[in-house]
Ligand binder design. Structure first.
Ligand code: C5J
Length: 225
């Protein structure tokens, strides 16, 4: 029998059936969090993302302890760039040496298997957790995430990751449209632009939770313990 957990949340309590839940850790990659990657190439201040790592690590530990399925996504393209749209390749109007696929300080930028494309140590995957390469912003686009979740009877998603208004929000909206009940963990997500993060937290919970719920990592961990 499933165990239901009530999480105090915005805009109201979130009911989480533990056996039907997954934690989706989005793009906690060196390419976004460390110098020499894609985020840095775009001129971003990387320090804003670092703050979400301790809460994300706490959330991950709490979900593992509760037996919740864990998915780690990585924004990543194939080495031959066959899954990279021209529209994405050219975006930013960057010089050749800063584009997706160029060789940066941590290997080829945003390419599968390159050092910079890997997940940071603080929230590194462990055996048995799903690793998902995604070529887009949303984790449901051109991936097997939806059938994978359905095949396990998963209906509820706890969501963390970077960046809040890009890959995290896109994934949460994709999930919402596919019928998943989503809670975005507010301090386990980060943006290069704090104002954008604040806006996302407000916009997903406005209108009675039009996209879903939010709660911080301590609150989720306490509910799971
Ligand atoms: C971005 C992401 N920001 N993971 N990717 O390009 O949010």
């Amino acid at each position: 029998r499933d165990v239901m957990v009530e999480v105090p949340a915005q805009p109201y309590a979130y009911s989480l059936p533990l056996r039907k839940a997954a934690l989706v850790m989005i793009d906690f990659q060196k390419d976004f969090l460390c110098e020499g990657g894609f985020g840095g190439a775009l001129g971003n201040d990387l320090s804003h993302l670092q703050a979400c790592l301790p809460p994300a690590a706490k959330l991950l530990a709490a979900c593992r302890a509760a037996g919740i399925a864990v998915v780690h996504t990585m924004e990543a393209h194939k080495a031959d760039l066959s899954d990279l749209h021209p529209a994405k390749a050219c975006r930013g109007n960057l010089p050749e040496e800063l584009r997706i696929g160029a060789v940066g300080a941590m290997g080829r930028i945003l390419i599968r298997g390159e050092p910079g494309n890997g997940i940071v140590d603080e929230v590194a995957p462990i055996e048995g957790e799903k690793l998902l390469y995604k070529p887009g912003k949303g984790a449901f686009y051109a991936t097997d995430l939806e059938p994978w979740l359905h095949s396990r009877g998963i209906s509820h998603l706890l969501i963390a990751g970077v960046t809040t208004e890009v890959c995290v929000q896109t994934t949460m909206r994709e999930a919402n449209d596919r019928g998943f009940e989503c809670l975005l963990v507010s301090d386990a997500t980060g943006s290069y632009f704090p104002a954008f993060k604040a806006a996302v937290l407000q916009m997903v919970t406005a209108q009675g939770g039009i996209v879903g719920w939010t709660a911080d990592a301590d609150t989720v961990a306490a509910a799971l313990s």
